[in-house]
Design a binder for this molecule. Structure first.
Ligand SMILES: Nc1ncnc2c1ncn2[C@@H]1O[C@H](COP(=O)(O)OP(=O)(O)OP(=O)(O)O)[C@@H](O)[C@H]1O
Length: 637
């Protein structure tokens, strides 16, 4: 059984301390819930192994995994596994094999991947693999991502017939012409090899003579440590060049000293006045904050005793309704400590309730650019956006203020406890919310065309609801001012497959977030539960939905707490298809946001079509679309 196989696998490990709960007394899966660490379950079947970064090692018995035909993902990255890569050809349905950053060695048999017809992602980077790249890889029909960098592969790169989207062959000992199918890729993925030639490299291949040696690096790459930098080139660094470098360093030091001097002078001029020299057009002046008086205790910690600080900057052109002191005096309630800092509900003297969000990691732009961006956000005006009312700037910390929404977030409605006061959202309301989200997003795309991800952090806790269940997006367009590292770690956009695979986000990334949100709204499942600690593109809510559809369990997908679904299944299925199309791994096959919003607008809450008649079609649509190239229009029933 799978359980026995996994126990054999565990026994072969040197240090399985992290797999303590793998024992015969508990079943690995309980439905979709995993009882065993690192096991992904779908319907009591072991669907994946997510054992990244677990300190596992040794010459493990990977062959045993071949006996588990339900496996779709094997992720053993960042461990200390040794030995040879097993032949995985028995696992015809395996979609992703992640073995990068281990100590696997030896040749891979040429036919090792014969029959791995579903394999999409293969990560073998940074091991000690040698021999030729197996030609069976080049014939895999669905391969999309191939990472082979940092090994000792020799010989030629086989001619990949399929359309591999992301690949890396760098840092091996490969030689010969780069196959035409890979010639449009970036040259950087072929760097540091023995003797590769042909496009995209600028080295021409010669048929008669051996390929020319690697040329000396260009100025742009000269400073990078590279084993390919020729010793001749190194010697060519003349005394004159060294002298030039030294002179530049001296000039730079002089410049820094001058800047420090000017800054000190300026500070002296300001004297003891701690007035914040903000943007005059916003009449920013200092306001003394007496911390002892504040009841806003948590937030009070943001200010130091007896220091003057700037005022809140109001963005809506109205007279300042309250100031920082009012906020500090207000009774405050912690709404949550989000990923970027805590959020508070503060009720000020007038009885008005506002939300104050503290951000400590919002320093990616200087003061002027920050003000500029806030003003830009302040100009936005749409019924599906929660307006940013005011902000407060300090280098170490920013506060963003908006209206408190009594009716809470979409997340609390979907995942909170329901009562007669707060019943579960019915289908009609869910569709209305989706339409509102779509309109809000489309507006952001129109108004902020220069942003790669106009929202960037779309998720159900950032969709608030008013008393009529209209959706209002919040926390939008903050990416440009957020610290890179924080953004990468916490913003929803950075959980997209494109970011997981090649570290990039793009204009379709918000579409992916919208897709996941639609699936969350329909299934009632919380997407974070489907993101494993070591996120990869194959473990998200969409993967689970796709799997359920494949198993013909579509009727089980929908949130059982969703009321008012009678005579509406056609619309629900159509929305499910739209959601799944937004979650295509490959951004190019995802529809444009405009197109998605148009499709959503066309949905009706009453769709008389019979559920059963659409079920077969959704299966066909989901599994046929890849073969048809993923066109959105292929979803039309
Ligand atoms: N204006 C608002 N009115 C009512 N509730 C709000 C408002 N803004 C945020 N909330 C709720 O307050 C809670 C905390 O929000 P916060 O933005 O700090 O964190 P988050 O959305 O959970 O995560 P993240 O930090 O990633 O944005 C969330 O449940 C959110 O839905």
């Amino acid at each position: 059984t799978d359980m026995e196989n996994l126990l054999i696998f565990k026994d072969s490990l040197e240090n399985p301390a992290n797999l303590r709960n793998w024992n015969a007394s508990i079943r690995p899966c309980n439905g979709d819930q995993a009882n065993w660490m690192g096991v992904i379950c779908v319907g009591n079947k072991i669907w994946g192994l997510q054992l990244e970064n677990m300190g596992l090692g040794g010459m493990v018995n990977l062959e045993i995994l071949n006996e588990m035909p339900t496996l779709r993902i094997i992720n053993l990255m960042n461990n200390n596994f040794e030995g040879r890569i097993p032949e995985m050809k028995k696992l015809g349905e395996l979609k992703a094999l992640y073995l990068s950053n281990n100590h696997f060695t030896g040749d891979i048999p040429d036919n090792a991947f014969q029959g791995s017809r579903s394999l999409k992602n293969l990560f073998l980077a940074n091991n000690g693999l040698s021999g030729e790249i197996p030609s069976s890889l080049a014939a895999l029909p669905n391969l999309v991502v191939l990472k082979l960098e940092g090994n000792q592969f020799v010989g030629r790169i086989p001619d990949f017939k399929q359309s591999v989207k992301v690949a890396n062959f760098a840092n091996n000992e490969l030689e010969g012409p780069i196959p035409a199918s890979l010639s449009s890729m970036s040259a950087s993925i072929f760097t540091d090899n023995k003797n590769l030639c042909g496009p995209p490299l600028e080295i021409k291949c010669s048929v008669t003579s051996p390929p020319p040696p690697t040329p000396p690096p260009t100025a742009a790459t000269a400073s990078l440590p590279s084993p390919q930098v020729s010793p001749v080139y190194k010697r060519a660094t003349s005394a004159l060049e060294i002298a030039l470098i030294l002179t530049s360093i001296l000039l730079l030091l002089a410049l820094i000293a001058a800047i420090i001097f000017i800054l000190c002078k300026r500070k002296q001029k300001r004297g003891e006045s701690k007035e914040w020299d903000g943007d005059d057009s916003y009449r920013l002046s200092a306001a003394s904050v007496d911390q002892d008086k504040n009841k806003f205790s948590e937030c009070g910690s943001m200010v130091k005793r007896n220091v003057d600080y700037g005022k809140l900057v109001f963005l809506k052109g109205e007279a300042d309704r309250f100031d920082l002191q009012d906020l500090l005096k207000a009774s405050a309630e912690v709404l949550g400590s989000g990923n970027f800092g805590a959020s508070y509900k503060a009720v000020i003297m007038s009885g008005e309730a506002v939300v104050v969000k503290r951000y400590k990691q919002m320093n990616s732009v200087g003061r002027e650019d920050f003000h500029g961006h806030m003003r830009r956000l302040g100009r936005l005006n749409h019924e599906n956006l929660l307006p940013l009312e005011a902000y407060y700037y300090r280098r170490e910390e920013k506060l963003l203020v908006c209206r408190f929404m009594e009716d809470g977030s979409l997340a609390s409605h979907l995942h909170g406890n329901h009562s007669s006061d707060k019943p579960s959202l019915d289908w009609r309301t869910r569709l209305k919310i989706v339409k509102g989200i779509g309109r809000g997003l489309a507006y952001l795309y129109n108004e902020l065309p220069s942003l790669v991800v106009p929202h960037g952090h779309l998720k159900s806790s950032n969709v608030l609801l008013n008393e009529n269940f209209e959706a209002l997006l919040c926390d939008y367009a903050l990416r440009p001012v957020m610290n890179q590292e924080q953004a990468h770690m916490h913003m929803t956009a950075y959980k997209s497959p494109e970011h997981a695979i090649n570290g990039r986000i793009n204009r379709k990334t918000d579409v992916w977030c919208l897709g996941i949100l639609i699936l969350e709204i329909l299934t009632g499942k919380f997407p974070e539960n489907y993101l494993k600690p070591s996120y990869d593109s194959y473990t998200n809510l969409a993967t689970w939905v796709n799997e359920m559809v494949k198993q013909k369990r579509t009727s089980e997908l929908f949130d059982t707490e969703m009321l008012g679904t009678k005579n509406s299944k056609g619309g629900m299925i159509n929305l499910l298809k739209i959601g799944l199309s937004c979650c295509e791994d490959d951004p190019e096959t995802r529809p444009e946001l405009k197109e998605v919003v148009r499709e959503i607008e066309e949905l009706k809450d009453r769709d008389e079509r019979e559920f059963s008649s659409t079920l077969g079609e959704v299966n066909a649509a989901i599994f046929g679309r890849k073969a048809r190239g993923g066109s959105f229009s292929s979803f039309n029933l």
